[in-house]
Unconditional design. Structure first.
Ligand code: AMP
Ligand code: FE
Ligand code: FE
Ligand code: ZN
Length: 280
């Protein structure tokens, strides 16, 4: 059993890196990739622990990118080698941009008479505080009735009165950065593209992403039923893409999803997936 898509509390998971390593060992995983949103901090913390425990830990990340105005999640693997120094430098810029955005967002909210501070929205471990955390505080303080309302009124790109942009890479740019860092990129949970209105089908999008340099697709995922898995394996075949797979484990934030076995046991990722990735 392997799992190539998991989150720690360095992004939006609830397990500390050490706890995730322990859980992977207890579950009997042959290999684990930590793929936190926009940060390698969880992997970095887990690496020595995994080594001591004899767990095959793979460096991963999940980047939020833009593709024709839509948000597309891109996984990046093996960004722990020599060439990845530049990639880490770019991540630092991304983090600085987020921090700066958060400061300006607070200032705009306060200017509008909304009583909220940076301390109140900041998450415990820090680097990935985002608008969902702002929304939670706005609800708790009675400024919004729901997450949707908080985005519509204050935080969202379309109509939010305090909206502030942050640095967000285009998919093509992110593909180049991952490749230049010696990494291998994979399109995360392609089913979400369909849900986000790609009604004319995934096929032309995958073809375009392939042209931009996409090397792999996440065919196995907790959100994918057997029909989707078969369809995405078909794309991999047709477009010469490698295959990745993982549960998207977030701990208590997605309680039905288990490490390795996915949503109520719907996941069974062949070991060969990882062997082929490493060959590539
Ligand atoms: P940030 O990374 O801080 O810019 O926040 C982005 C996150 O906000 C996304 O990952 C979504 O989870 C969430 N988000 C963005 N727009 C909306 C919306 N209209 N309603 C609810 N959540 C949203
Ligand atoms: Fe997440
Ligand atoms: Fe994702
Ligand atoms: Zn994820």
């Amino acid at each position: 059993m392997i799992d190539l898509h998991t989150h720690t509390d360095e992004s939006d998971g609830t397990y500390r890196p050490a706890e995730l390593v322990d859980e992977a060992v207890a579950t009997g995983l042959e290999a684990l990739a930590i793929s936190d949103h926009d940060t390698l901090a969880g992997y970095d913390a887990a690496e020595p622990l995994a080594r001591a425990a004899g767990l095959d830990l793979i460096c991963g990340i999940e980047l939020s990118t833009k593709f024709h105005g839509r948000t597309v999640h891109l996984l990046g693997y093996f960004l722990n080698g020599g060439p990845s120094a530049e990639f880490r430098g770019w991540l630092k810029e991304l983090h600085d941009s987020r921090r700066d955005r958060n400061i300006r967002l607070i200032a705009r909210l306060q200017a509008q008479g909304v009583d909220v501070t940076l301390e109140e929205v900041s998450t415990g471990r820090g680097s990935q505080t985002g608008r969902p955390h702002f929304a939670r505080v706005l609800i708790d303080k009675g400024y919004a009735s729901s997450i949707e309302h908080a985005f519509q009124q204050y935080l969202g790109e379309e109509s939010g009165s305090a909206y502030v942009q942050r640095m967000e890479p285009e998919l093509g740019e992110a593909l180049k950065l991952v490749a230049a860092g010696g990494g291998l990129a994979s399109l995360a949970h392609p089913i979400r593209l369909v849900r986000r209105g790609a009604s004319d089908g995934l096929d032309p999008m995958i073809a375009e992403m392939r042209e931009l340099g996409l090397p792999a697709i996440e065919a196995f995922h907790s959100d994918h039923g057997p029909a989707e898995v078969a369809q995405y394996l078909g794309y991999a075949e047709r477009y010469g893409l490698a295959v990745t797979g993982g549960s998207d484990f977030h701990g208590a934030n997605k309680p039905r999803i288990r490490l390795g076995t996915g949503l109520d046991g719907n996941l069974d990722i062949p070991r060969a997936v990882l062997d082929k990735l490493r060959d590539k």
